[in-house]
Ligand binder design. Structure first.
Ligand SMILES: [Zn+2]
Length: 96
């Protein structure tokens, strides 16, 4: 399976040049020149299993627009289930 659009991996390895992938590449290089900090937007699925909860990251992107678009899709998908969908902004440092 290909990495999602809006990821550095998709840009660098699959040579995708769509807007979200270009943004990912730009954000990565900006971060490298700026203390190594990058903001990642992620959708976390909180899935109840056996009375407990298990968190699964469903989507991760440096493009907020792409992430929010995906969020709307995921929220519709899980609207009538007991899966909780959370949206997070995480500051992180890309590897390398
Ligand atoms: Zn792309």
């Amino acid at each position: 399976m290909l990495p999602e659009h809006g990821t550095l991996s998709r840009y660098a390895n699959q040579k995708c040049r769509c807007d979200p992938c270009k943004q990912a590449n730009t954000a990565y290089h900006r971060a490298r020149n700026n203390g190594g900090v990058i903001t990642v937007y992620r959708i976390v699925l909180d899935i109840p299993i056996d009375g407990g909860h298990r968190e699964v990251v469903d989507f991760e992107s440096v493009s907020e627009r792409q992430a929010r678009k995906e969020l709307r899709r995921v929220e519709r998908w899980y609207a009538n289930s007991d899966v909780l969908v959370r949206f997070e902004e995480v500051e992180t440092a890309p590897g390398g």
